[in-house]
Design a protein around this ligand. Sequence first.
Ligand SMILES: [Zn+2]
Length: 265
Amino acid sequence: MTALRLYDVHCHLQDTRLANDLPAVLARAAEAGVARMMCCGTAPEDWPTVLDLAARYPRVRPSLGLHPWYLERRTADWRERLEALVAANRCGVGEIGLDHHLPADTRPLQLAAFRFQVALANRYGRPASIHCRRAWRPLLEELKAQGGLSAGGLVHAYGGGPDIVAALARRNVSVSFGGGITRPNARRPVEACRAVAADRLLVETDSPDILPSGCPGPHNEPACLAEVIRAVATARGLEINEAANLTWDNARRLFAGLESSEERG
Ligand SMILES: [Zn+2]
């Protein structure tokens, strides 16, 4: 059997559930063929950790952002700090987003934070990693208002319908699938996965959350991407290695600007 090569486009290695056991987590990832992991920060307090992990581990790439769940962790100077870090480091922007499961009174602040970070990604030509729950209309409106994502990006753990996939593509946004598509009764993610253009399909774990079916746990980790790619391959009618190669190529293209020049080839 030929070894798979996989890109986990969205995970949180800085989470203590993984960080406390990271050498073993990364060894299991390597064994499963996970050759790149995009590690997404969520609030100012974890940005230095994310950058440190990316500096220490060659398979880890950094992305920095303020997640809508953690708006209350923002500091008075979070915008300046984020911009300075983005300017100084080869990193993506995210995890950012809009979440309408949260109380409605947080929406103005969510939108302001999202607006600033999309503009930041576009100003520095960086890919963005987006979280969206039941906020598709405001998400698409904001992306349209800003002319889409100049360096592309993705909606992670995609939970929208197949109809929204094309609207996202028009804003230069790809779609990533995680543990949700591995559920035995998954229908919506399977339908959405079939609707994605071949060059916009990505896979992720979102570890340590969203444990895929078939993974031992207790926490999700990048090695579990093997279960996700199996489910994506089944949904698309592909061999597992075809799905792996397709999503690897898509992720490498999206994140090419984050590789140093000798690693880009
Ligand atoms: Zn996440």
